[in-house]
Design a binder for this molecule. Structure first.
Ligand code: BTN
Length: 273
């Protein structure tokens, strides 16, 4: 089966550039951006040889996994683009539920905070299955001459394979009992994106996205440790604010809004990091 866009994505004017193997779909999408591509372009592959993740880490996409990058031009205004990752996380969660109903039972707050049973979203942009990372999302932005902002949303999903030697628990959809291909999941993702993008509405609808995201959030109300550079901030995961920042309440009752950091739950939240 080949990668394809579904009817909603096609009707909304999305285009597709698909590869068997590529260095990085996000690097390729950025190259299209600098050449003046108008956006609404998916770059997709089921193998990457030079994928990258957050914090300068590599991202492994062996053949059979999904690497998809969405190029958007003028997606929103100013800080709004930073909240796009939450809409992308919701689209991916919804696509997994549609394409792999056997593993992807939506969670309520209790299940998520109890340690991540089934499918959950982890701040800022991970998708967890049974508490282990199944997908990561990376937002990259550039400003083109003329001050037009361009964002690439890079989405990597462990469909068939788990990455090796990574410093956190990982799983794959197939390991968790799903029977699906990267191609099937991609079509579902591109369709689900249309709904979430319309709800996000250039950032004006972030309140609704935020509510949905919080309903699916891993670790809400539970102990959390956030590594910010060399520092570790511990407390309780209270909520995310209207800019998508993580709100952590410390033991002394004070709360802190965090824009970037590495989140740990459970035993790791209380152990030395
Ligand atoms: C993370 O570190 O969790 C984010 C990982 C993002 C990986 C995806 S795979 C598709 C796209 N191409 C890349 O090189 N990176 C992103």
């Amino acid at each position: 089966m080949a990668f394809a866009l579904g009817p909603k994505a096609l009707a909304a004017g999305y285009r597709l550039s698909a590869y068997e193997s590529i260095g990085s779909t996000s690097t390729e999408a950025m190259a299209w951006a600098t050449l003046g591509d108008p956006g609404k372009l998916w770059v997709v592959a089921n193998e990457q040889t030079a994928g990258h993740g957050r914090r300068g880490r590599g991202w492994q996409t062996p053949a059979g996994n999904l690497a998809a990058s969405l190029l958007l031009a003028q997606p929103g205004h100013g800080a709004a683009s930073a909240t796009l990752g939450f809409a992308a996380g919701l689209a991916l969660e919804s696509a997994i539920r549609a394409a792999a109903p056997s593993v992807a039972v939506s969670v309520g707050l209790d299940e998520a905070s109890a340690g991540g049973d089934r499918l959950a979203l982890k701040w800022p942009n991970d998708v967890l299955l049974n508490g282990a990372k199944i997908a990561g999302i990376l937002l990259e932005a550039v400003t083109r001459p003329g001050a037009e902002s361009v964002v690439v949303i890079g989405i990597g999903v462990n469909v068939l394979h788990c990455p090796k030697e990574v410093p956190y628990p990982v799983t794959s959809l197939v390991e968790s009992g799903a029977d699906l291909s990267a191609e099937t999941l991609f079509t579902a993702l591109a369709e689900a994106w249309i709904d979430q993008e319309s709800l996000w509405n250039q950032g004006r609808g972030f309140a609704a996205i935020r509510d949905r995201w919080l309903e699916r959030a891993a670790g809400l109300g539970a102990p959390i440790a956030v590594k910010i550079g060399a520092d570790v901030f511990r407390g309780t995961f209270e909520t995310i604010d209207d800019e998508g920042r993580l709100i952590v309440r410390a033991g002394d009752g004070s709360s802190r809004a965090i824009s970037a950091g590495e989140v740990h739950f459970g035993a790791a939240a209380t152990a030395a990091l």
